[in-house]
Write a protein that binds this ligand. Structure first.
Ligand SMILES: Cc1ncc(COP(=O)(O)O)c(C=O)c1O
Length: 417
Protein backbone atom coordinates (compact mmCIF):
# COMPACT_ATOMS: atom_id res chain seq x y z
CA UNK A 1 0.00 0.00 0.00
CA UNK A 2 1.36 3.42 -0.93
CA UNK A 3 1.08 4.90 2.57
CA UNK A 4 2.72 8.19 1.61
CA UNK A 5 0.27 8.70 -1.27
CA UNK A 6 -2.69 7.97 1.01
CA UNK A 7 -1.52 10.28 3.75
CA UNK A 8 -0.65 13.08 1.40
CA UNK A 9 -3.93 13.18 -0.50
CA UNK A 10 -6.35 12.28 2.27
CA UNK A 11 -5.00 15.25 4.21
CA UNK A 12 -5.87 17.63 1.38
CA UNK A 13 -9.49 16.81 1.95
CA UNK A 14 -10.89 14.43 4.54
CA UNK A 15 -12.19 11.41 2.65
CA UNK A 16 -13.65 9.80 5.79
CA UNK A 17 -15.60 12.97 6.51
CA UNK A 18 -16.91 12.96 2.96
CA UNK A 19 -17.83 9.28 3.24
CA UNK A 20 -19.87 10.01 6.37
CA UNK A 21 -22.12 12.21 4.21
CA UNK A 22 -23.05 9.18 2.10
CA UNK A 23 -25.01 6.76 4.29
CA UNK A 24 -25.28 4.16 1.52
CA UNK A 25 -21.51 3.63 1.66
CA UNK A 26 -21.85 1.81 4.96
CA UNK A 27 -24.10 -0.79 3.33
CA UNK A 28 -23.14 -4.45 3.33
CA UNK A 29 -23.59 -6.24 0.02
CA UNK A 30 -23.47 -10.03 0.00
CA UNK A 31 -22.16 -9.85 3.56
CA UNK A 32 -19.24 -7.59 2.56
CA UNK A 33 -18.77 -3.83 2.92
CA UNK A 34 -19.95 -2.12 -0.25
CA UNK A 35 -17.21 -0.89 -2.59
CA UNK A 36 -18.96 1.35 -5.08
CA UNK A 37 -16.94 1.70 -8.28
CA UNK A 38 -19.83 2.38 -10.66
CA UNK A 39 -19.79 6.15 -10.40
CA UNK A 40 -19.74 6.75 -14.15
CA UNK A 41 -23.17 5.09 -14.30
CA UNK A 42 -24.53 7.08 -11.39
CA UNK A 43 -23.09 8.60 -8.24
CA UNK A 44 -24.38 8.13 -4.69
CA UNK A 45 -26.16 11.02 -2.97
CA UNK A 46 -24.95 12.93 0.08
CA UNK A 47 -27.22 13.62 3.05
CA UNK A 48 -27.64 17.24 1.93
CA UNK A 49 -29.27 16.19 -1.36
CA UNK A 50 -31.52 13.59 0.25
CA UNK A 51 -32.60 16.09 2.93
CA UNK A 52 -33.36 18.77 0.34
CA UNK A 53 -35.72 16.40 -1.48
CA UNK A 54 -37.30 15.12 1.76
CA UNK A 55 -37.76 18.66 3.10
CA UNK A 56 -39.27 19.74 -0.18
CA UNK A 57 -41.99 17.07 -0.06
CA UNK A 58 -42.54 17.44 3.69
CA UNK A 59 -42.90 21.20 3.86
CA UNK A 60 -42.35 23.03 0.57
CA UNK A 61 -44.21 21.15 -2.18
CA UNK A 62 -46.38 23.12 -4.60
CA UNK A 63 -46.55 23.64 -8.34
CA UNK A 64 -44.31 26.43 -9.57
CA UNK A 65 -44.80 29.72 -11.44
CA UNK A 66 -48.59 29.75 -11.39
CA UNK A 67 -49.77 30.13 -7.86
CA UNK A 68 -50.30 33.06 -5.54
CA UNK A 69 -50.28 30.91 -2.43
CA UNK A 70 -47.42 30.30 -0.03
CA UNK A 71 -46.38 26.82 -1.20
CA UNK A 72 -46.40 27.73 -4.87
CA UNK A 73 -44.26 30.75 -4.19
CA UNK A 74 -41.93 28.76 -1.93
CA UNK A 75 -41.47 25.98 -4.52
CA UNK A 76 -40.88 28.57 -7.27
CA UNK A 77 -38.26 30.31 -5.18
CA UNK A 78 -36.42 27.06 -4.44
CA UNK A 79 -36.52 25.92 -8.07
CA UNK A 80 -35.34 29.28 -9.41
CA UNK A 81 -32.62 29.49 -6.74
CA UNK A 82 -31.37 26.12 -7.95
CA UNK A 83 -31.21 27.50 -11.49
CA UNK A 84 -29.14 30.42 -10.21
CA UNK A 85 -26.79 28.03 -8.35
CA UNK A 86 -26.31 25.97 -11.50
CA UNK A 87 -25.67 29.13 -13.51
CA UNK A 88 -22.85 29.99 -11.11
CA UNK A 89 -21.61 26.38 -11.02
CA UNK A 90 -20.85 26.42 -14.77
CA UNK A 91 -20.17 30.18 -14.91
CA UNK A 92 -22.97 30.92 -17.37
CA UNK A 93 -23.72 34.58 -18.03
CA UNK A 94 -27.39 34.44 -17.14
CA UNK A 95 -29.82 32.02 -15.51
CA UNK A 96 -31.91 32.39 -18.70
CA UNK A 97 -29.27 30.16 -20.27
CA UNK A 98 -30.00 27.27 -17.89
CA UNK A 99 -32.78 25.01 -19.14
CA UNK A 100 -33.83 22.14 -16.90
CA UNK A 101 -34.30 18.82 -18.70
CA UNK A 102 -34.51 15.17 -17.63
CA UNK A 103 -30.78 14.76 -18.22
CA UNK A 104 -28.04 14.70 -20.82
CA UNK A 105 -30.03 12.49 -23.16
CA UNK A 106 -33.03 14.78 -23.21
CA UNK A 107 -30.78 17.83 -23.56
CA UNK A 108 -29.18 16.45 -26.73
CA UNK A 109 -32.58 15.46 -28.10
CA UNK A 110 -33.73 19.01 -27.37
CA UNK A 111 -30.76 20.41 -29.32
CA UNK A 112 -31.22 18.10 -32.30
CA UNK A 113 -34.97 18.69 -32.51
CA UNK A 114 -34.88 22.46 -32.02
CA UNK A 115 -31.93 23.03 -34.38
CA UNK A 116 -33.77 21.13 -37.11
CA UNK A 117 -37.08 22.79 -36.44
CA UNK A 118 -35.40 26.20 -36.49
CA UNK A 119 -33.79 25.48 -39.88
CA UNK A 120 -30.25 25.57 -38.46
CA UNK A 121 -29.85 21.93 -39.60
CA UNK A 122 -31.22 21.03 -43.02
CA UNK A 123 -30.76 18.33 -45.67
CA UNK A 124 -27.07 17.81 -46.54
CA UNK A 125 -25.86 19.83 -43.54
CA UNK A 126 -23.20 18.06 -41.50
CA UNK A 127 -22.78 17.45 -37.77
CA UNK A 128 -19.38 16.34 -36.48
CA UNK A 129 -19.35 13.90 -33.55
CA UNK A 130 -16.54 11.57 -32.44
CA UNK A 131 -15.73 7.91 -32.10
CA UNK A 132 -15.93 8.11 -28.31
CA UNK A 133 -19.54 9.29 -27.97
CA UNK A 134 -22.18 7.82 -25.71
CA UNK A 135 -25.18 6.60 -27.72
CA UNK A 136 -27.05 9.65 -26.47
CA UNK A 137 -24.74 11.84 -28.58
CA UNK A 138 -25.16 9.61 -31.64
CA UNK A 139 -28.75 8.42 -31.87
CA UNK A 140 -30.55 11.82 -31.59
CA UNK A 141 -28.44 13.04 -34.53
CA UNK A 142 -29.10 9.85 -36.47
CA UNK A 143 -32.83 10.37 -36.01
CA UNK A 144 -32.62 13.78 -37.66
CA UNK A 145 -30.29 12.36 -40.31
CA UNK A 146 -33.02 9.88 -41.21
CA UNK A 147 -35.81 12.46 -41.02
CA UNK A 148 -34.12 15.45 -42.64
CA UNK A 149 -31.13 14.16 -44.59
CA UNK A 150 -28.55 15.69 -42.20
CA UNK A 151 -25.19 13.88 -42.33
CA UNK A 152 -22.91 12.74 -39.52
CA UNK A 153 -19.12 12.86 -39.62
CA UNK A 154 -16.97 11.16 -37.02
CA UNK A 155 -13.64 12.30 -35.49
CA UNK A 156 -11.35 9.25 -35.23
CA UNK A 157 -9.82 8.19 -31.91
CA UNK A 158 -6.15 7.22 -31.53
CA UNK A 159 -4.95 3.95 -29.99
CA UNK A 160 -4.31 5.78 -26.69
CA UNK A 161 -7.89 7.01 -26.66
CA UNK A 162 -7.45 10.63 -27.74
CA UNK A 163 -9.33 12.52 -30.42
CA UNK A 164 -7.31 12.87 -33.61
CA UNK A 165 -7.40 16.65 -33.86
CA UNK A 166 -5.64 16.82 -37.24
CA UNK A 167 -8.29 14.52 -38.69
CA UNK A 168 -10.92 16.66 -36.95
CA UNK A 169 -9.73 19.76 -38.83
CA UNK A 170 -10.07 17.91 -42.11
CA UNK A 171 -13.71 17.00 -41.49
CA UNK A 172 -15.00 20.56 -41.86
CA UNK A 173 -16.71 21.60 -45.08
CA UNK A 174 -18.97 24.54 -45.89
CA UNK A 175 -21.84 22.20 -44.92
CA UNK A 176 -20.64 21.74 -41.32
CA UNK A 177 -23.23 23.28 -39.00
CA UNK A 178 -22.40 21.81 -35.57
CA UNK A 179 -19.70 19.97 -33.63
CA UNK A 180 -21.10 17.82 -30.82
CA UNK A 181 -18.52 15.99 -28.72
CA UNK A 182 -18.08 14.54 -25.28
CA UNK A 183 -16.09 16.48 -22.65
CA UNK A 184 -15.06 13.37 -20.68
CA UNK A 185 -15.50 9.88 -22.15
CA UNK A 186 -17.47 7.45 -19.98
CA UNK A 187 -15.63 4.47 -21.48
CA UNK A 188 -12.08 5.65 -22.11
CA UNK A 189 -11.95 8.27 -19.38
CA UNK A 190 -10.32 10.75 -21.78
CA UNK A 191 -10.71 14.40 -20.85
CA UNK A 192 -10.95 16.09 -24.23
CA UNK A 193 -9.19 19.40 -24.96
CA UNK A 194 -12.49 21.21 -25.21
CA UNK A 195 -11.10 24.73 -25.42
CA UNK A 196 -8.99 23.73 -28.40
CA UNK A 197 -11.94 21.94 -30.01
CA UNK A 198 -14.08 25.06 -29.62
CA UNK A 199 -11.31 27.26 -31.01
CA UNK A 200 -10.89 25.03 -34.08
CA UNK A 201 -14.65 24.96 -34.70
CA UNK A 202 -15.19 28.67 -34.11
CA UNK A 203 -12.33 29.58 -36.46
CA UNK A 204 -14.46 27.84 -39.07
CA UNK A 205 -17.67 29.52 -37.93
CA UNK A 206 -19.19 26.36 -36.45
CA UNK A 207 -20.92 26.20 -33.03
CA UNK A 208 -20.04 23.50 -30.48
CA UNK A 209 -22.16 21.39 -28.12
CA UNK A 210 -20.35 19.57 -25.31
CA UNK A 211 -21.65 16.48 -23.52
CA UNK A 212 -20.53 17.06 -19.94
CA UNK A 213 -22.29 14.05 -18.36
CA UNK A 214 -19.01 12.64 -17.03
CA UNK A 215 -17.33 15.98 -16.46
CA UNK A 216 -19.63 17.64 -13.95
CA UNK A 217 -18.54 15.59 -10.92
CA UNK A 218 -14.83 15.73 -11.69
CA UNK A 219 -13.89 18.81 -13.69
CA UNK A 220 -14.65 22.43 -12.83
CA UNK A 221 -16.81 23.61 -15.69
CA UNK A 222 -16.53 27.17 -16.96
CA UNK A 223 -18.63 27.49 -20.09
CA UNK A 224 -17.42 31.03 -20.75
CA UNK A 225 -13.76 30.04 -20.52
CA UNK A 226 -14.36 26.99 -22.70
CA UNK A 227 -16.33 29.20 -25.07
CA UNK A 228 -18.79 26.45 -26.07
CA UNK A 229 -22.21 27.33 -27.43
CA UNK A 230 -24.14 24.54 -25.71
CA UNK A 231 -23.25 22.37 -22.70
CA UNK A 232 -25.32 19.50 -21.31
CA UNK A 233 -25.13 17.32 -18.20
CA UNK A 234 -27.12 15.07 -15.83
CA UNK A 235 -27.79 15.64 -12.14
CA UNK A 236 -27.45 12.01 -11.09
CA UNK A 237 -23.82 11.75 -12.21
CA UNK A 238 -22.81 14.67 -9.98
CA UNK A 239 -24.36 13.54 -6.67
CA UNK A 240 -27.82 14.91 -7.53
CA UNK A 241 -31.06 13.05 -8.20
CA UNK A 242 -32.07 11.17 -11.34
CA UNK A 243 -34.55 12.67 -13.79
CA UNK A 244 -33.02 16.15 -13.79
CA UNK A 245 -30.32 17.64 -15.98
CA UNK A 246 -29.29 20.78 -17.75
CA UNK A 247 -29.21 22.17 -21.25
CA UNK A 248 -27.06 25.29 -21.31
CA UNK A 249 -27.01 27.50 -24.38
CA UNK A 250 -25.72 31.00 -25.03
CA UNK A 251 -28.63 33.38 -24.62
CA UNK A 252 -28.43 34.80 -28.14
CA UNK A 253 -28.56 31.28 -29.61
CA UNK A 254 -31.44 30.13 -27.39
CA UNK A 255 -33.41 33.24 -28.39
CA UNK A 256 -33.24 32.10 -32.01
CA UNK A 257 -34.14 28.45 -31.31
CA UNK A 258 -37.80 27.39 -31.48
CA UNK A 259 -39.27 25.39 -28.58
CA UNK A 260 -38.61 21.69 -28.13
CA UNK A 261 -41.97 20.70 -26.61
CA UNK A 262 -45.23 22.59 -26.39
CA UNK A 263 -47.61 22.82 -23.44
CA UNK A 264 -48.24 24.72 -20.26
CA UNK A 265 -45.73 27.08 -18.66
CA UNK A 266 -43.91 27.90 -21.93
CA UNK A 267 -46.44 30.32 -23.44
CA UNK A 268 -47.35 33.98 -23.22
CA UNK A 269 -50.66 33.71 -25.03
CA UNK A 270 -52.62 30.91 -26.69
CA UNK A 271 -55.51 31.13 -29.15
CA UNK A 272 -56.60 28.48 -31.64
CA UNK A 273 -54.98 30.56 -34.35
CA UNK A 274 -51.62 31.29 -32.77
CA UNK A 275 -49.45 30.86 -29.70
CA UNK A 276 -46.74 33.23 -28.56
CA UNK A 277 -43.98 31.64 -26.52
CA UNK A 278 -42.67 32.75 -23.18
CA UNK A 279 -39.22 34.25 -22.66
CA UNK A 280 -36.16 32.19 -21.74
CA UNK A 281 -35.82 29.84 -19.98
CA UNK A 282 -39.58 29.03 -19.80
CA UNK A 283 -39.79 28.68 -23.62
CA UNK A 284 -37.95 25.36 -23.31
CA UNK A 285 -39.66 24.02 -20.19
CA UNK A 286 -43.13 22.83 -21.18
CA UNK A 287 -45.29 21.26 -18.50
CA UNK A 288 -44.77 20.76 -14.78
CA UNK A 289 -41.06 20.11 -14.38
CA UNK A 290 -39.18 17.87 -11.96
CA UNK A 291 -39.31 20.47 -9.19
CA UNK A 292 -37.87 18.33 -6.38
CA UNK A 293 -35.18 17.19 -8.82
CA UNK A 294 -34.19 20.78 -9.49
CA UNK A 295 -34.08 21.48 -5.76
CA UNK A 296 -31.99 18.32 -5.23
CA UNK A 297 -29.60 19.33 -8.00
CA UNK A 298 -29.18 22.72 -6.35
CA UNK A 299 -28.20 20.88 -3.15
CA UNK A 300 -25.70 18.76 -5.11
CA UNK A 301 -24.11 21.95 -6.43
CA UNK A 302 -23.87 23.30 -2.87
CA UNK A 303 -22.26 20.02 -1.77
CA UNK A 304 -19.62 20.26 -4.51
CA UNK A 305 -19.05 23.95 -3.84
CA UNK A 306 -18.38 23.17 -0.18
CA UNK A 307 -15.32 21.14 -1.21
CA UNK A 308 -11.91 22.16 -2.44
CA UNK A 309 -12.48 21.04 -6.04
CA UNK A 310 -8.79 21.24 -6.91
CA UNK A 311 -7.95 18.93 -4.00
CA UNK A 312 -10.76 16.58 -5.06
CA UNK A 313 -9.45 16.42 -8.63
CA UNK A 314 -5.93 15.73 -7.36
CA UNK A 315 -7.18 12.98 -5.04
CA UNK A 316 -9.21 11.32 -7.82
CA UNK A 317 -6.22 11.50 -10.13
CA UNK A 318 -4.03 9.78 -7.52
CA UNK A 319 -6.67 7.06 -7.09
CA UNK A 320 -6.73 6.59 -10.87
CA UNK A 321 -2.95 6.34 -11.12
CA UNK A 322 -2.70 4.00 -8.12
CA UNK A 323 -5.37 1.65 -9.51
CA UNK A 324 -3.92 1.81 -13.04
CA UNK A 325 -0.45 0.78 -11.83
CA UNK A 326 -1.88 -2.13 -9.84
CA UNK A 327 -4.09 -3.37 -12.68
CA UNK A 328 -1.51 -2.98 -15.44
CA UNK A 329 0.76 -5.66 -14.00
CA UNK A 330 -1.95 -8.33 -14.02
CA UNK A 331 -1.12 -10.81 -16.76
CA UNK A 332 -3.42 -10.67 -19.78
CA UNK A 333 -5.17 -7.50 -18.60
CA UNK A 334 -5.50 -4.66 -21.12
CA UNK A 335 -6.69 -1.19 -20.24
CA UNK A 336 -8.83 0.41 -22.95
CA UNK A 337 -8.18 4.13 -22.94
CA UNK A 338 -4.73 5.34 -21.88
CA UNK A 339 -4.88 9.04 -22.58
CA UNK A 340 -2.46 11.18 -20.59
CA UNK A 341 -5.39 13.36 -19.69
CA UNK A 342 -7.83 11.01 -18.00
CA UNK A 343 -10.69 11.14 -15.55
CA UNK A 344 -11.06 8.39 -12.92
CA UNK A 345 -12.47 5.71 -15.23
CA UNK A 346 -10.68 2.44 -15.99
CA UNK A 347 -12.10 0.15 -18.68
CA UNK A 348 -10.31 -3.16 -19.05
CA UNK A 349 -10.48 -6.59 -20.63
CA UNK A 350 -8.70 -9.77 -19.58
CA UNK A 351 -7.63 -12.45 -22.05
CA UNK A 352 -9.97 -15.42 -22.02
CA UNK A 353 -12.34 -14.02 -19.39
CA UNK A 354 -15.73 -12.46 -20.05
CA UNK A 355 -16.24 -9.05 -18.36
CA UNK A 356 -19.68 -10.20 -17.22
CA UNK A 357 -18.12 -13.00 -15.15
CA UNK A 358 -15.70 -10.52 -13.58
CA UNK A 359 -18.57 -8.19 -12.68
CA UNK A 360 -20.72 -10.97 -11.23
CA UNK A 361 -17.94 -12.44 -9.11
CA UNK A 362 -16.84 -9.02 -7.86
CA UNK A 363 -20.43 -8.34 -6.83
CA UNK A 364 -20.29 -11.46 -4.65
CA UNK A 365 -17.46 -9.67 -2.83
CA UNK A 366 -19.49 -6.48 -2.42
CA UNK A 367 -17.75 -4.63 -5.26
CA UNK A 368 -19.91 -2.78 -7.79
CA UNK A 369 -18.35 -2.24 -11.21
CA UNK A 370 -20.02 -2.07 -14.63
CA UNK A 371 -19.63 -4.51 -17.49
CA UNK A 372 -20.84 -4.23 -21.07
CA UNK A 373 -20.54 -1.71 -23.88
CA UNK A 374 -21.37 1.29 -21.65
CA UNK A 375 -23.68 2.69 -24.37
CA UNK A 376 -20.62 3.23 -26.58
CA UNK A 377 -20.80 0.38 -29.10
CA UNK A 378 -18.88 2.27 -31.84
CA UNK A 379 -16.07 2.91 -29.32
CA UNK A 380 -16.02 -0.80 -28.45
CA UNK A 381 -15.76 -1.61 -32.15
CA UNK A 382 -12.91 0.86 -32.56
CA UNK A 383 -10.92 -0.98 -29.89
CA UNK A 384 -11.86 -4.43 -31.16
CA UNK A 385 -13.84 -5.54 -28.12
CA UNK A 386 -17.55 -6.10 -27.56
CA UNK A 387 -17.55 -5.22 -23.88
CA UNK A 388 -15.26 -4.22 -21.02
CA UNK A 389 -15.24 -4.24 -17.24
CA UNK A 390 -15.24 -0.65 -15.98
CA UNK A 391 -14.26 0.66 -12.56
CA UNK A 392 -15.04 4.34 -12.09
CA UNK A 393 -14.10 6.26 -8.96
CA UNK A 394 -15.61 9.22 -7.15
CA UNK A 395 -14.37 11.48 -4.39
CA UNK A 396 -15.57 9.11 -1.65
CA UNK A 397 -13.54 6.11 -2.83
CA UNK A 398 -10.35 5.12 -1.04
CA UNK A 399 -6.98 3.51 -1.72
CA UNK A 400 -7.98 0.64 0.59
CA UNK A 401 -10.99 -0.03 -1.63
CA UNK A 402 -8.69 -0.13 -4.66
CA UNK A 403 -6.48 -2.66 -2.85
CA UNK A 404 -9.48 -4.85 -2.01
CA UNK A 405 -10.76 -4.57 -5.60
CA UNK A 406 -7.44 -5.58 -7.16
CA UNK A 407 -6.87 -8.44 -4.68
CA UNK A 408 -10.40 -9.71 -5.33
CA UNK A 409 -9.90 -9.43 -9.08
CA UNK A 410 -6.68 -11.44 -8.88
CA UNK A 411 -8.44 -14.22 -6.93
CA UNK A 412 -11.33 -14.26 -9.40
CA UNK A 413 -9.01 -14.45 -12.40
CA UNK A 414 -7.11 -17.36 -10.80
CA UNK A 415 -10.43 -19.16 -10.48
CA UNK A 416 -11.62 -18.39 -14.01
CA UNK A 417 -8.42 -19.12 -15.92
C1 LIG B 1 -20.73 10.63 -21.66
C2 LIG B 1 -22.18 10.40 -21.42
N1 LIG B 1 -23.08 11.05 -22.15
C3 LIG B 1 -24.38 10.89 -21.96
C4 LIG B 1 -24.88 10.04 -21.01
C5 LIG B 1 -26.35 9.91 -20.83
O1 LIG B 1 -26.73 10.41 -19.60
P1 LIG B 1 -28.21 10.24 -19.06
O2 LIG B 1 -28.52 8.78 -19.15
O3 LIG B 1 -28.14 10.73 -17.65
O4 LIG B 1 -29.09 11.06 -19.92
C6 LIG B 1 -23.99 9.31 -20.24
C7 LIG B 1 -24.47 8.33 -19.26
O5 LIG B 1 -23.79 7.37 -18.95
C8 LIG B 1 -22.60 9.50 -20.43
O6 LIG B 1 -21.70 8.84 -19.70
Amino acid sequence: MAEDVVEQSEKAFDVQKIRSEFLILSLKVNGKPLVYFDNAATTQKPREVISAIKDFYESENGNIHRGVHYLSEKATELYENAREEIKNFINAKSSKEIIFTRGTTESINLAATALCRGGMLKADDEVIISNMEHHSNIVPWQIICNEKGVRLKVIPVTDEGDLDLEAFKNLFTEKTKLVSVVHVSNTLGTINPVEEIVRIAHERGVPVLLDGAQAAAHVQIDVRKIGCDYYVFSGHKMFGPTGIGVFYGKEELLEKLPPYQGGGDMIKNVTFEKTTYDDLPAKFEAGTPNISGGVGLGAAVRFLNSLDRTAVAKYEDELLRYATEKLKVIEGLRIIGESKNKSSVISFVVDGVHPYDIGTLLDAKGIAIRTGHHCTQPTMERFGVSSTARASFALYNTFEEVDYFVDSLRKILKMLR
